[in-house]
Every structure is written in structure tokens, then in C-alpha cells.
Design a binder for this molecule. Sequence first.
Ligand code: PMV
Length: 348
Amino acid sequence: MFPKSWIAATQAIEFQSEISAPANIAWVKYWGKKGHQLPANPSLSLTLKESVTHTKLMATPADHLKVELIFEGNTSDAFGKKIENYLAALAKDLPLLGRYHYKIESRNTFPHSSGIASSASSQAALAMLLGRLLSKAAGSELDMKAVGSLARLGSGSACRSLMGGFVSWGETEKLMGASDLFATEVHDVHANFKQTRDCILIVSSKEKEVSSRQGHSHMKAHPYAVARTEQANLHYSETLSALKSGDWQKAGDIMEADALALHALMMTGSPGFILLEPGSLEIIRLVRLFREASKVPVYFTIDAGPNIHLIYPEEAHVKVEAFVRHELLRLTEKGTGVIWDRLGSGPV
Ligand code: PMV
């Protein structure tokens, strides 16, 4: 999983680097784990452009591991402790990581508590910086597959934020080079999808009552676990072929079915939970009515929360923007909960 040169590196060196890494939104969701932080099914996502985490890492050689985290200008002991635990676990395989005092400054471009999961973008940024540190100390090239593993071990979906466009993670015969350990870029994408937009409607920015870690673990004994794996594999291969042929309707129909399946799985687990709000359901209903009446190819997807992502091609933007302003904004938080995002090209 990690290069020998990283495992063997012993000489801690003074190191400083910074990077911006984007969030991503899955069209086919990763839900449920196997083994150590490996996905129960292949997933496929769109990398975003505007919703990013910017992180600066300053690492000073020390006799034991210590993390100081400054999030959006304020010291955060809770996040700092989480990162310290993550690094301590990594240090079992990569001992060099245990020999530093890390000062990490991190901020998101999307508003704090906007209801967008920042774990993918922040873990991707941190993994890139740790990969750079290890490569520099080991005198080796940056190994992006190993960086993928660093990201995945922090948050599974974070490995998909390390590259741009459409990204796949999880073993499947449908894509060359696909792996459970790291993500792979999907290159065979029709021009119809090259300028995809994502309008994120924030229905509620309240902290989730169920973490994705808990959600994944509920899949272990879920009565529909086997059916979900089959469905996700089918959704995955159909989405790949829709991306290739440029078929928005097919990609969109699957995207909606997969998002609703994710929420159905949450509702029917034990314990079951409902993360959608009345406003989420009303947005879904209005989007379907609008699509039917206008023939504008706008589809929704949803992460593990109440917020709704509207996915559509660039050509539809003027019509979608008017629809959002006239009919949907009133259903968002304070009537202003919207982020206009689009397909991005990965960390910079
Ligand atoms: O990466 P995690 O462990 O936070 O899980 C993410 C799960 C979903 O966001 C619901 C789906 C996905 O594939 O991104």
C-alpha cells in the first residue's frame, strides 16, 4: 500500500507546504465498508471547483507526535485530536510521521457549517501534504496511489477528491486500473458532461445527527446489504456507459435513484434514521415537475444530509438559475442557502 521508501524513511526534516483540495459529490454512492476502510461497492463522483479546503502544513522534527490545528483562524482541539489520532495510526506503518510537531492551518471556501461535508476536501488536502512530506524525506517521487491510501484512511470519499473531473473508487471490472485502495480518473467522458454544474441547496446546516462512520457500520447487518451491493454495481456500470455516450437522461435517472437508495438504506437500517427535511422533499418534487414541464435536463443528488445538489449541463444554467431563484430559494436556509459550483480539476 505504501512505497518502501516511505516506510524506511527515518530522518525527520523541517517541512512546509500548502494546497487547496476540492469537495466531491458522488453520483453513485459509497455506503458500507469492508476490511480496513475499503468500500463495499464501487462509487463514482464529480469533483467540485468552488467548494475547497485550503490547508497549510508546517512540520518540525520532534521526539513525539503533536498536532496543533487552526481552523478558520481559531485553535480547534477537537479537530486537532482527530488528526493526531489519524497520524498516530498511520505512524504504525510510516514511523516518520510520528516524529513531528505539526502546525496545520485550514479553512474552507464554503461557509462554515454550510451543511457540505468538508471531510473529503480537508482529508484530501492533508493527504497531499503528508505525501509531499514523505516523498521529500524519502527522496522519492510523489506516489499518487499511496497518497490515495493516505486520504482513504482518513475519509473514504476523500481519495476521490485527489483528481479532477469524474472519479471512480472501488474495485470493478468495468474500469481499467480501478482499485479499493485508491481512486482512478474516468477519462472516457462525452463532451456533454465536460461542463457539468452543481447548484447546492442548503436546506439545513445543522450538524448531522448520525456520522457517516455510523451510517457505514449500519450496513454490516442491514437487511438490504446484498441487494444494495448489486444495485450499486449496476448503477456504477450504467453511469459509466451514460458518461461515455453523453446520455444525460440515463445518468440523471440513475443519480436520483442512487441518492434515494442511500436515504432508503438509512431509513430502513437498525436503528433507522431520517436525514431528509420536509424542504428537501419539496425541492425534489419541484425539480421533477420543472424537468417534466420544461425538458431542461436538471437532476438531483443528495449526500448523507438534507441538502440537495442540482446537477445539470452548462447550457441549462440560465433556466436553472431562474427556477432556483423563483421557486427553490425560499425552501433553503434563511432563503439564501445556495452555492453555485461546477466540475473542477482537482487539487492546486
Ligand atoms: O467518506 P465518508 O466516510 O464520509 O462517506 C461518504 C459517504 C457518502 O458521502 C454518503 C457517499 C459518497 O460516496 O460520497
